[in-house]
Design a protein around this ligand. Structure first.
Ligand code: G4P
Length: 311
């Protein structure tokens, strides 16, 4: 089963974001550093096409620093794009954001041509935390400015750099199966939209491939190289006393333990996707979609042929 998660109201959000983007010079897209590609909202990519974009890989304190570096290089190599890593411990994040925005739009700046920036990100990525850190006494009420909704908060990152929040909620759209699991593991997907055991097993399988030492150390496991993911989950259940009467492991409870501990960062600094993996997952997802479309076409053709024969 793939994770299905695409709550409603996207059309309204799309319209609002499109309208908001008109007067914007730079889009800051907040991503979860543990799953940068999966936590991107494809709608933003489509709507902000051509706009200089700053990718902020937030929660870098939870992510694998070596993989964060790979992602930063990957994004920084894209035209019109800058990327930086961030986490909530940074006391003055505005300075680095401002410097990156200035680099992206060198022709703007100064009070005559202030740089207008929109910040967006899927829920739980840490947008409110960042905005709260940056506001302090810098909030300015918007006056009669073209394209700015009355009452909308304008945050001055510098005298000539204005930050606007995205109107409405931007949910992730799951287009790649692995991305769905990563979003679910990170906590960005509602509990009722996923099977926690399935998500925990996917997470364990990834950890076994990339972070076996951290997994082994956290749950005091012996050699796991010959085990299957569900066998590892059973061992976690045993180690943590998540058992039913009769000695049967409580896989649901064990799944919750693994997911919570991953989200809290106590298993280690972990990133669930690398740029090359992501590229391969996208390719696979596209091939699968093309295959499904071809199968559908073939079914329609077969149906039409039968119908015509019967005439
Ligand atoms: P949002 O506006 O994008 O929806 O996200 P928000 O700022 O509410 O942050 C979501 C959760 O992520 C919060 O935890 C917040 O503390 C945490 N968070 C934000 N930035 C960082 C970061 O850089 N590193 C880490 N480790 N965590 C971060 P919460 O458990 O939902 O709430 P609370 O613990 O703050 O009460």
């Amino acid at each position: 089963m793939a994770i299905q998660w695409f709550p409603g109201h996207m059309n309204k959000a799309k319209k609002d974001v499109a309208a908001r983007l008109k007067g914007i010079d730079v889009v800051i897209e907040m991503l979860d550093a543990r799953l940068p590609a999966s936590s991107a909202n494809p709608m933003i990519k489509a709507l902000s096409r051509g706009k200089p974009t700053l990718k902020v890989l937030n929660k870098q304190d939870l992510a694998d620093p070596n993989v964060t570096r790979l992602w930063l290089d990957w994004y920084n190599a894209k035209p019109g794009t800058r990327a930086l890593g961030l986490d909530a411990s940074e006391r003055s994040p505005a300075q680095r954001l401002v410097a990156a925005c200035r680099e992206l739009v060198p022709n703007r700046g100064g009070l005559e041509k202030p740089i207008r920036v929109m910040i967006c990100g899927i829920p739980n990525v840490g947008k409110s935390t960042l905005i709260n850190t940056m506001t302090g006494r810098k909030i300015a009420k918007t006056g009669n400015m073209p394209g700015v909704t009355k009452g909308e908060q304008r945050i001055l990152l510098a005298d000539d750099v204005e930050l606007y929040d995205t109107p409405g909620m931007l949910w992730p759209k799951i287009e790649v199966e692995e991305g769905g699991y990563n979003l679910a593991a990170s906590g960005a997907v509602g509990r009722n939209a996923m099977d926690e055991e399935e998500v925990a097993l996917e997470l364990i399988a990834y950890l076994m491939r990339h972070y076996a030492d951290a997994l082994t150390a956290r749950y005091r496991l012996d050699d796991i190289s010959v085990l299957q993911d569900y066998e590892v989950l059973e061992m976690v259940a045993k180690k943590r006393g998540a058992m039913f009467g009769g000695g049967r492991p409580n896989m649901q409870k064990a799944s919750e333990i693994v997911l919570t501990e991953f989200r809290d960062g106590v298993i280690g600094r972990i990133t669930l996707e690398r740029p090359d993996e992501w590229t391969a997952w996208v390719k696979k997802a596209k091939e699968l979609a093309a295959q499904r479309a071809a199968e559908k076409q073939a079914r329609i053709a077969e149906y039409e042929a039968k119908k015509n024969k019967g005439r």
